[in-house]
Design a protein around this ligand. Structure first.
Ligand SMILES: [Zn+2]
Ligand SMILES: [Zn+2]
Length: 241
């Protein structure tokens, strides 16, 4: 979820937390946009997430970010002081200045593969976005190999990234066949959307997707995954912009 530290999102962190507690959620991940977008929090905001409590009542709060892919090498817009405080790092394609020729499927696929190989990122966000076409089969296979989750983003079905539905369905189908882990994203930009996976759930039901491969199914599954990921991640973020 995003908070209003991202200027195009509308709820404060405390409003989001209150809503999550009201919905009896066990875990939320705050994942504001990385600094490369024109409408992102300043990187100090991300670095300073260390002040956010780990729990409020029974709710676990993960410090995270939705980073941007900034170039053709698959680099993302973090620095080491942001990287160090993050419990969970997501990244995906967004409109950033230096990433052009966005409808080149071969290029997008290679960029995501490079990104996954660097192992900084736990989850690839909205890989079903048709504006950035990818070779889905290849990405599903590499994601499995590197233990990186692919996100199925609920907002892609009714709000943004039009035309995502068939790709998301294909990702779900192949992830089931291949035994991949997926992550459900509400992509909430306002507290009312927190934990809303209504569209995604329909597809998961259609493909009878196994619960133990969905990060959002339980706290145990999520925390086990994050623990494994921590072992796989480099301890420092070495790319310099
Ligand atoms: Zn946003
Ligand atoms: Zn996004």
């Amino acid at each position: 979820m995003h908070t209003n530290s991202t200027p195009h999102a509308y709820s404060t962190l405390e409003e989001n937390i209150a809503r999550a507690i009201e919905k009896k959620m066990e875990v939320i991940a705050i994942t504001n946009h990385g600094p490369a977008l024109p409408d992102s929090p300043h990187w100090w905001n991300l670095k300073n997430m260390a002040v956010i409590p780990r729990t409020v009542e029974n709710l676990n709060i993960l410090r995270g970010v939705e980073a941007n892919i900034v170039d053709e090498a698959g680099n993302i817009d973090l620095n080491n002081s942001i990287y160090k405080v993050m419990d969970i790092i997501m990244a995906g394609f967004h409109r950033v200045e230096n990433y052009k020729d966005i409808d080149n499927q071969g290029k997008n696929t290679n960029v995501l593969i490079n990104l996954m190989k660097m192992q900084y990122v736990d989850i690839i966000t909205h890989p079903g976005n048709p504006q950035y076409p990818i070779d889905i089969e290849k990405i599903v296979s590499i994601a499995k190999e590197y233990n990186i989750a692919l996100e199925i983003n609920n907002a892609s079905f009714y709000l943004t990234r039009r035309g995502s539905a068939p790709n998301c369905e294909e990702i779900v189908r192949l992830c089931k066949k291949n035994g991949n882990i997926i992550s459900l994203g509400s992509d909430a930009h306002i507290s009312y959307e927190i934990g809303n996976f209504s569209y995604v759930e329909e597809i998961l039901e259609k493909y009878d997707f196994p619960k133990d491969k969905i990060l959002n199914s339980s706290k145990e599954i999520l925390f086990k995954f994050l623990k494994e990921r921590k072992m796989q991640k480099p301890t420092i973020f070495s790319h310099k912009h």
